[in-house]
Design a protein around this ligand. Structure first.
Ligand SMILES: *Cc1c(COP(=O)(O)O)cnc(C)c1O
Length: 482
């Protein structure tokens, strides 16, 4: 059945009511979906219906079939991974984006999309302290932006030859990052033809920061052995523990050996809106590119990844391709963002950023970020006071890495199993959702306090729940072991 605008209006109003109710009642849902594999799949018809169905019927199935299989990332009790926040201004903008349905590959295909994106990147650039001679563009993800960096570095290094004629057989590029950096670096190196074996993981210090002296030594060794150092990726906020690599020292090395330096601040980039964290970026002027995801901790719907690059021409020369059917009369005088990354087609992603940044304002965003950091500081202090718990690494921003460590158990494997079991108990309760990492073989619980609507009450209740479940876990293990 074809939806007329009359019918659309009716359901749109109904959906908006549902959306607002969802926001109000989100705490009543289990944070982590409690379904088992194939539970949703088996409830979906196995082929397309022959005749159209009405929206009412489909919507009822959404509520009854789909919703139980949803993990509630927007719950204030979501502490897992990193957040993928939304906010009311972002959702409203996404409604408009969906309605316009534009495809902003070239300036001409919607000038507003390109030009608002240029302005939004300038806004972000100014408030987080990216040098003003760099340019920005929105990518779908940090993984794509990092791939763009590696490809641009490769093309610059080969004077754009690999794009034209492919690899020569004795090309031996190297990419460097710490042992803690995100898997997207390895993925990028695989796709760019560098090879995973040529991603050199540099050991870290006690706070899990890349050790520049080891990097320097490794680069010298590689040069001696005929390798070509291509790219270094420094992390501002690693995924495991939000470790902050010493950018300035790494940048000196990159500059000295003329190696492309990419900065991955996918999560922690938001914190650069706070002047008290600007020192994280010391040395950025010596780097070549930078990525940060507003779709994580800046209240902007997935997907929206802000990518900045010093040498715009190197980027565009790497990706540009102009078949006849894409030629327009403004080529050369405007930015055509399809030439700034892998995909041709592009969503109108700057609109939600505009709504978010205007609706909160810089001060409003800063207030929210500081509040999250304050809550994290409180949680960290509480954990530090508890004799049966341990902070595994010191907190940098708003991620607390900790574990349950009852004094009776000393063996690292036993403690790992206890903490894994505690995490599953917590997540199966439906009350909160958190995830883990390993720090030097220690099973470590990660609690990220950064969800749009998280407040003191949630964090206090979460601490109580963790203590309560830990006591139960302890009893269970005590019985099993003795
Ligand atoms: C989340 C994250 C990524 C990957 O982000 P996507 O946008 O999902 O590709 C990369 N690096 C770091 C440090 C991250 O935290």
């Amino acid at each position: 059945m074809e939806s007329t605008s009359k019918e659309f209006r009716k359901y749109a109003h109904q959906f908006v009511d549902w959306m607002a109710d969802y926001m109000d009642n989100i705490e009543n849902y289990p944070v982590k979906s409690q379904v088992v594999p194939k539970e949703i799949y088996n409830q979906i018809e196995d082929s397309i219906p022959n005749q159209g169905e009405d929206i009412e019927t489909i919507f009822n199935d959404f509520v009854n079939i789909i919703m139980p299989g949803v993990t509630h990332w927007q719950s204030p009790n979501f502490y897992a991974y990193f957040p993928a926040n939304t906010s009311p201004p972002s959702i409203l903008a996404e409604m408009l984006t969906a309605t316009l349905g534009i495809q902003g590959m070239k300036w001409e295909t919607s000038p507003a999309s390109t030009e608002l994106e240029e302005r939004m990147m300038e806004w972000i650039q100014k408030c987080i302290g990216i040098p003003n001679n760099w340019v920005g563009v929105i990518h779908d993800s940090a993984s794509s932006a990092t791939l763009a960096s590696i490809l641009t570095a490769r093309e610059q290094k080969s004077t754009f030859r690999i794009n034209e004629t492919g690899f020569e057989k004795d090309t031996k590029f190297r990419v460097y990052c710490s042992e803690e950096t995100h898997s997207s670096i390895e993925k990028g190196a695989k796709i760019a033809g560098i090879g995973r074996a040529n991603v050199i993981k540099i050991p870290t210090d006690q706070t899990l920061r890349l050790r520049p002296e080891v990097l320097l030594q490794k680069i010298k060794e590689d040069i001696k052995n005929g390798y070509k150092p291509l790219c270094i990726v420094a992390a501002i906020g690693t995924t495991g523990t939000t470790a902050i690599d010493p950018l300035n020292e790494i940048a000196d090395i990159a500059e000295k050996f003329k190696i492309w330096l990419h900065v991955d601040a996918a999560y922690a980039g938001s914190v650069l809106l706070l002047p008290e964290f600007h020192h994280y970026l010391n040395g950025i002027e010596k780097a070549d590119s930078f990525v940060f995801n507003p779709h994580k901790w800046l209240f902007t719907n997935f997907d929206c990844s802000a990518y900045f690059v010093k040498d715009k021409n190197a980027l565009v020369n790497t990706f540009e391709i102009l078949p006849e059917y894409l030629k327009t009369k403004t080529d050369g005088s405007v930015n055509n963002h399809c030439d700034w990354g892998v995909p041709l087609g592009r969503r109108f992603r700057s609109l939600k950023l505009w709504f978010v940044m205007r609706n909160y304002g810089l001060v409003g965003l800063q207030k929210k970020l500081r509040n999250h950091i304050e809550l994290a500081r409180w949680f960290e202090n509480e954990i530090a006071k508890l004799p049966e718990f341990e902070l595994v690494v010191p907190r940098n921003i708003n991620l607390i890495c900790f574990r349950f460590k009852p004094q009776k158990f000393k063996d690292v494997e036993v403690l790992n199993r206890i903490n894994e079991s505690l995490m599953h108990d917590l997540n199966d309760s439906g009350k909160i959702y958190l995830t883990h990492t390993k720090v030097n073989d220690i099973y470590t619980l990660r609690l990220v306090i950064g969800q749009t609507n998280v407040s003191e009450r949630h964090v206090e209740n979460t601490l109580q729940l963790i203590i309560e479940k830990a006591t139960k876990t302890f009893k269970k293990y005590n019985r099993e072991v003795y």
